[in-house]
Design a protein around this ligand. Sequence first.
Ligand code: EPZ
Length: 429
Amino acid sequence: MDYLEIEGGNTLKGDITISGAKNAALPIIAATLLSDKALTLDNLPNVVDIRTLLKLLSILGGEVTHHNTTAHINNHNITSTKALYEIVSQMRASILVLGPLLSRFGECEVSLPGGCAIGQRPIDLHLKALEAMGAKIEIKGGYVHAIAPNGLQGAKIIFDKITVGGTENIIMAAALAHGTTTIVNAAKEPEVVQLCEMIRDAGVKIEGIGTNELSIEGTGGKTLHFKPVKIIPDRIEAGTYLCAGAITYSTITLHKVNHTHIRATINKLESMGCSFDIKDESITIHPASLLKPVNLITLEYPGFPTDMQAQFMALAVMAKGESLIEERLFENRFMHVSELNRMGADIWLKGNVAAVKGVDVLYGAEVMATDLRASSALVLAALVAQGTTHVKRIYHLDRGYDNLEGKLSKLGAKITRKQEPWVERRKQQ
Ligand code: EPZ
């Protein structure tokens, strides 16, 4: 297994380019199942999760050619509607094929995604909404068996809680349904907005895009013809690199950023003493003279994003004073705390609130990544720790960050990807 070796204590400088958003690309790739014509996706991030979902499309019979940041897809010859456990267990967002497969083919089997480090992450809201649209759903042998022999019917869906994946699955299901579907308490993340725009641009009438209430007039089973799609910039990747600038007291510039998608992150960094120059699609961070503590609560968009919580915890560890961080979306998204404490942080947990006492120094250590965003928090801490840090199990990182060590090295960080000695030895045998 690979790990990252990071020498702390270097300031960063220069500029990097932000990749396309993984969490926009995944539902968009799933949505291509709503079409039996060729289409092109551009600005895909080069990350494992994208390759995994494109592989699932191929297994279902889709024709996929994927080169760097571009994929040409044609799902005119889908031969299976069964998303196997082997794939879904690698990447829970595979559940996003449920809505489009059911809406287009009237039946499908999708493995339950199973648990995840950050929480139980059920899909009950997805399933309840599909049943409201006329689907018959049975859970058997770890799979969701769904049928809608006469196609899905438009319905009024009221989500008990805001769910990004649930909203996306129902948007895709509604696109080919008979009649109009209204979604109340819909998610309105930028990734949901781009999915709506892609489906609207294929001729489906959608009202309320970007709000918590969507109305979608289905085509009654007629497949869609999509225009080419360019994936929006990754707001979480951008936020992560801004935190890298803040924690190392460096001035760095990010290109190909949509700064309107990262207002909550910018606002919190400003409250910690950072300042920004924003010009078109570029943003430069100027570090604080001394990082101030921060209080934050994670909320659905446009509130402070849960996917930035771990990164801000690393920042708070180096602030002068005590910060409070409350995680409201997931029940177990503090796995990075114990690893940060092993580096010398002073973080106490009480339920879903973390009290972070700023410290003057962190020490390099062997630490273990537990989930995607926790991994990036450990990298941020390692950038300022005294000595060398090894961040292990970085397969978590590779799922959602495109060439993180390459981008940080370009900014002057001392970071290299290495292999566990036993892997090296086996290679030499
Ligand atoms: C998406 O996950 C993102 N993933 C997550 O990013 C992100 O953290 C999350 O939204 C919240 O913003 C992708 O877009 C691929 P939810 P999703 O359904 O859709 C509960 C990353 O790091 N819930 O909005 O799975 C759920 O347990 C990842 O890039 C139900 O109870 O999130 C959670 O507590 C991590 N029942 C809350 O809702 C359901 O049926 C929000 O989940 C569905 C969700």
